[in-house]
Design a binder for this molecule. Sequence first.
Ligand SMILES: [Zn+2]
Length: 306
Amino acid sequence: MLWKGRRQSDNIEDDRSDSGGGGLGGGGGQFRLPIGGRTGGGGSIFLVILVVLAGWYFGFDPSTILGGGDGGLLPGGGGQITDNSGQDGGTAPANDEMKQFVATVLAETEDTWTGIFKSQGLTYEDPKLVLFSGQVRSACGFASAAAGPFYCPGDHKVYLDMTFFQQLDQQFGASGEFARAYVIAHEIGHHVQNLTGIMSKFNQMRQSMGEVEANQMSVRIELQADCFAGVWAHYTGQKGILEQGDIESALNAAKQIGDDTLQKKMQGYVVPESFNHGTSQQRQTWLARGYKSGKLSDCNTLSGPI
Ligand SMILES: [Zn+2]
């Protein structure tokens, strides 16, 4: 992606330096992503993850992968997950070039969605993007970087620990700049769902649903965010700033983080009832569909077959 020299968004909140200190009632450090062995603990380190509405994050639900309970998926649910990533990237160095990249992609999403909303007679409201390191407090509760990037509908902010990009590359096999852009665009897709009322409708419906049904609905919401990311990529392509291989790297990322692929990788088998983001094929299909036409009307994942 030819992003250098383009506008960078002002809507970045850089909380990387003060995360870990923040008011967990007694030593926030214990909740820090303990890469580097700060808390010791032998090979397997447990993290407490307190995420409300964590179903909105981009990646996967660790409790599903690990066969755990509901920690991480249900509102108010807390639970323990294992940091089994084995990543060795250190704790979020202040990578200015990466920050500039994120700010530029965010600016591109602002421009694209402002235009799309305007064409529908609507006003797009720019979300904030919070860069954090290890853990963060949002209107949706506390979140650990282990949960991956996420969007919090309560405060209209996307939360991103950029070490996830390393994980994406090294652990999930999804490399490339545009794979990272897709991550951001997917979260912005959730913001669009929030602004257009899709998300609150889903949350309402979800209250009367059982777990399996709620997962199925979650998949539809996630696939739509993928499709919206594709719509964004479509308009970005029209600006002539995509490079050869960009779309392929986003599609590969969609494949690598599909529920089935992740589950196979992490636990060796798949549990389709627990899918909440969509299979590799579904995620690729909807990303590609949005990219191809650039039309929101092609992103109706909420009814019909997916
Ligand atoms: Zn998502």
